[in-house]
Design a protein around this ligand. Structure first.
Ligand SMILES: [Mn+2]
Length: 358
């Protein structure tokens, strides 16, 4: 959330998650990637994540694969330390006999961290063929890796796969950048039928994948952007036995502030503030932009983290050529014309301008 520190929310959400694991007396916790939202997380983010994992490990073993936002080398670097606490973590993909297949709490678990298209399709092949073929190669290779990881699993064991990728047919929600989501994905058929449960990470919306087995995205445990305002967040509690798909129960997580979108003319929006509570708000104003409008909204709704205009674009009748204007005025006018008046953007622009010495 731009400009907002959500670390206290993260703490509350992850505490609730840990309590669910303890209350349900789980035998195992699976984390399907994106522990962090960047490869170089802040110390506070690290503290929150490691503390949560250690508390989860007091309940039961924890198994983690890296997601696309995690730095795989970094995860592998701390894996030996985590291992001391009963946490199995892998950053980069491994063959079944060198850590890609583990046995924990009586279950066989295939581990496939996020693999980029580059990682799985050699660069030369990307150069040589068209995007469709690359996508085909990606699918084919993910399929082969999944086969390798799961081929040793019999029908008399609980077989799990933990991975971080996009599956065709899944609903993206708002959390992942579109190009990334649609660039490379795999069909649900890559997951073989003898898997009791497949734990998927990447998409922020909790959902079951169309598949005869139990293939699920747990989703993010809290709302992360305004594409997710309608999502119910929580964890999945999975009950698995050998030879049949697992039973999955969704358990909501109530901590974490809601994200709400409010739309209308300024006076309509300002009249709706009573229902907002603690929510972070995206305000969509259906009127013509003018300087200071965003500030007027924020004076009444301090938690308006986004204020945007949705107005028909009107051309100024006789615009003064921009070249004769001060760059700040020209930019401000441009924002006005685009219906995107935001004084913060304007002052950032002025700052940048000062930096380059104009
Ligand atoms: Mn991801």
């Amino acid at each position: 959330m731009r400009g907002r520190d959500r670390s206290e929310e993260h703490r509350a959400v992850l505490t609730e998650l840990t309590e669910i694991a303890a209350d349900r007396k789980v035998d195992l916790t699976l984390v399907a990637g994106d522990l962090f939202d960047t490869g170089s997380p802040t110390p506070v983010a690290e503290e929150i994540v490691w503390d949560t994992l250690l508390r989860l490990a007091e309940v039961a073993p924890v198994v983690i694969v890296a997601g696309n936002h995690d730095n795989p080398t970094r995860i592998d670097a701390v894996a030996p330390l985590l291992g001391r606490a009963g946490i199995i973590a892998i950053g980069a993909p491994r063959s079944p006999d060198s850590g890609g297949l583990v046995e924990v709490a009586g279950a066989r678990i295939g581990l496939l961290p996020f693999v980029s298209q580059k990682g799985i399709v050699r660069a030369a092949e990307i150069m040589a063929s068209d995007p469709d073929q690359n996508a085909g190669l990606y699918q084919e290779r993910v399929q082969r890796v999944v086969e390798r990881l799961t081929e040793g699993m019999g029908t008399d064991t609980v077989n799990l796969l933990v991975t971080h990728l996009t599956v065709f047919g899944a609903v993206t929600g708002g959390g992942e950048r579109v190009a990334h989501v649609f660039g490379y994905a795999v069909p649900p058929t890559v997951f073989p039928g003898h898997l009791s449960y497949v734990a998927l990470g990447h998409l922020h919306r909790q959902q079951k994948i169309p598949h005869p087995g139990a293939v699920w995205y747990s989703g993010s445990p809290m709302q992360l952007d305004f594409g997710e305002v309608d999502d119910t967040k929580g964890v999945l509690v999975v009950e698995a036995g050998p030879g049949k798909p697992a039973t999955v129960t969704t358990v909501p997580i109530a901590s974490g502030r809601r994200l709400v979108t409010v739309k209308g003319r300024l006076e309509e929006v300002l009249a709706k503030t009573d229902d907002l509570g603690e929510a972070y708000v995206k305000v969509v104003l259906t009127e013509k932009g003018r300087v200071g409008l965003a500030d007027e909204v924020r004076a009444v709704i301090p938690d308006a983290v986004e204020v945007i205009l949705e107005s028909p674009q009107e051309r100024l009748s006789d615009p003064e050529p921009r070249t004769r204007l001060d760059p700040r005025d020209a930019f401000s006018r441009y924002l006005g014309e685009r219906g995107a008046v935001d004084t913060r953007v304007e002052s950032l622009f002025a700052e940048l301008l000062d930096e380059v010495g104009t």
